[in-house]
Design a protein around this ligand. Structure first.
Ligand SMILES: Nc1nc2c(c(=O)[nH]1)N[C@H]1C(S)=C(S)[C@@H](COP(=O)(O)O)O[C@H]1N2
Ligand SMILES: [Mo]
Length: 485
């Protein structure tokens, strides 16, 4: 019998921790838009499955945040409408799970242990079938060494197909990856299908875990536990096996209770702690990724959700009623030439048009044409000083938490598809979509793209603005300042 070396037992344990964190945080992400679609317009009513009873109001403007459900902490990490923190846990777990997977693959192939997992003959299929039938007939055949054919096939599938499949479908949902390689999400027939497949992959993992656990317990329990924890199961008794099993369960439980507790009781700390790892990593991976989207006119989705209620102030209403004749965009801060732009002045600058896919952090998508002023043109005209590292976009809209604003890096501001749009689908921007002017940053999630713009400020740092996390959503909902995935 082949031994279970230390690295293999260790990798298994690490894997259990992160897979379970990924499942719970994934369910948290799902709770923010508990509906699954196959088409990228994600049109309400066309979902193939939903986990909500809420009805969408037909008689008034509604926004996508109203579709969010509160899931219990028993299934979601951390639960209770915490998309921002759920995503922090999902990505940090994905990072460690991926690292663990790479180490595992490497050792598997360099140690020769791979022969246990990788079938080397097509006979594996008939053999697995035969073995499955023998199980059903309650007279199991003698199993293989060390795995029976069904087990080998399942492990092979999970390790070499299901794992990579989750990474591939997850990546297909990233706005930055889809912006740079618009063909990539199309492999999965679009981001909504990728999202649905990612969910189905999660169910396959859950099914595997349940079946795997049942097999471990029902079949040679003491030996199995000895093998996977101690490496050599010979002669371990039932009590020791139960002890080892309990050790496994308690360890996983402690990690989950700790991560849930710290998220619910100290959300800002959790955001900062995980952000300290993820923000620099995402900046280095995605900072230079430029959007190359140019979808065709026929791909435009007539349905396009709305998020954020239009400003409810007198000031904005007056501007609106006067067709924004008195509206001005103020540019200030660390620039050589601070100035105002009227809408007419902006419209005199050469218009840039693009047809791009929008991804909201909650999970819905839509494709639209946008027309407006390239941000780089504003940068050229206003000449930011050398100290300017970030750009703050402020809105006429305020809510209980204050004014809506978002911060992007100078680098993102200079990207070719970063525009100040006054046009959507060949018409002037409607009130709900951000009239008269909104930001489009095509490698980022929707919350970065401030609607109802009032001003643009160039700054060297953003710690002094709002609650200092780089935006209204970052400050109040614990989203991440880098919104590329
Ligand atoms: N001022 C302001 N801008 C905003 C928001 C908001 O609530 N207020 N919501 C953001 C989010 S989360 C998304 S997904 C997009 C939605 O744009 P749409 O309503 O045009 O679809 O706008 C972004 N811009
Ligand atoms: Mo969003």
């Amino acid at each position: 019998m082949i031994d279970f070396p230390f690295w293999l037992r260790y990798a298994h344990f690490i894997n259990v921790i992160f897979i379970t964190l990924l499942i719970r945080s994934g369910i948290e992400i799902l709770s923010s838009l508990p509906k699954l679609y196959f088409k990228d317009d994600a049109k309400p009513g066309t979902e193939w499955i939903k986990f909500t009873k809420k009805k969408i109001p037909k008689d008034r403007l509604w926004i996508s945040l109203e579709e969010e459900e509160s899931f219990s902490s028993w299934i979601a990490l951390p639960g209770h409408k915490n998309l921002g923190l759920g995503r922090h846990w999902h990505f940090i777990s994905a990072l460690f799970w991926f690292g663990n997977g790479v180490a595992y693959y490497t050792l598997l192939f360099t140690s020769g242990e791979w022969v246990r997992l990788v079938p080397t003959s097509w006979n594996i299929f008939p053999n697995a079938l035969q073995y499955a039938m023998s199980l059903v007939s309650m007279h199991p055949m003698a199993s293989g060494n060390p795995y029976d054919p069904l087990q080998q096939l399942t492990y092979f599938f999970v390790v070499f197909f299901l794992g990579p499949f989750m990474i591939a479908t997850g990546a297909a949902m990233s706005p930055a990856i889809g912006a740079r390689f618009p063909w990539y999400p199309k492999i999965f027939r679009g981001r909504q299908t990728a999202r649905s497949l990612h969910f189905l992959g999660m169910l396959a993992f859950v099914l595997f875990i349940v079946a795997h656990l049942a097999m471990v317990i029902l079949n040679k329990f003491p030996e199995n536990m000895g093998n996977i924890v101690l490496g050599d199961g010979k002669g371990i008794n039932l009590a020791t096996a139960i002890g080892l099993f309990a050790f496994y369960c308690v360890s996983v439980l402690i990690v989950h209770i700790w991560s849930t507790g710290i998220s619910l009781h100290n959300p800002r700390f959790t955001q900062k702690m995980i952000g300290a790892i993820l923000i620099p990593l995402k900046r280095s991976l995605f900072g230079k990724v430029v959007s190359r989207q140019q979808h065709s006119k026929s791909e435009i989705t007539p349905f396009f959700r709305i998020n954020g209620y239009p400003p409810d102030t007198r000031e904005y209403k007056e501007l609106y009623e006067n067709s924004f004749a008195d509206w001005k965009l103020e540019i200030f801060g660390l620039v050589e030439k601070p100035r105002h732009y009227s809408l007419a002045e902006l419209q005199k600058i050469a218009k840039q048009e693009q047809i791009t896919e929008h991804s909201c952090i909650q999970g819905w998508t839509g494709i639209a044409q946008w027309g407006g002023v390239p941000m780089i043109e504003i940068v050229k005209q206003c000449k930011p000083l050398a100290q300017a590292r970030y750009v703050v976009f402020r809105s006429y809209q305020t809510d209980a938490n204050g004014e809506f604003y978002e911060v992007i890096s100078m680098e993102l501001a200079n990207h070719p598809q970063t525009i100040l749009a006054y046009q959507m689908n060949y018409k002037p921007l409607t009130e709900a979509h951000g009239a008269p002017l909104r930001l489009r940053v095509e490698t980022q999630l929707g919350y970065k793209m401030v609607k109802w713009l009032s001003s643009i400020e160039f700054v060297s740092d953003y710690q002094h603005i709002g609650k200092g996390r780089g935006g209204h959503r970052e400050d109040n909902m614990y989203y991440d300042i880098t919104a590329a995935i």
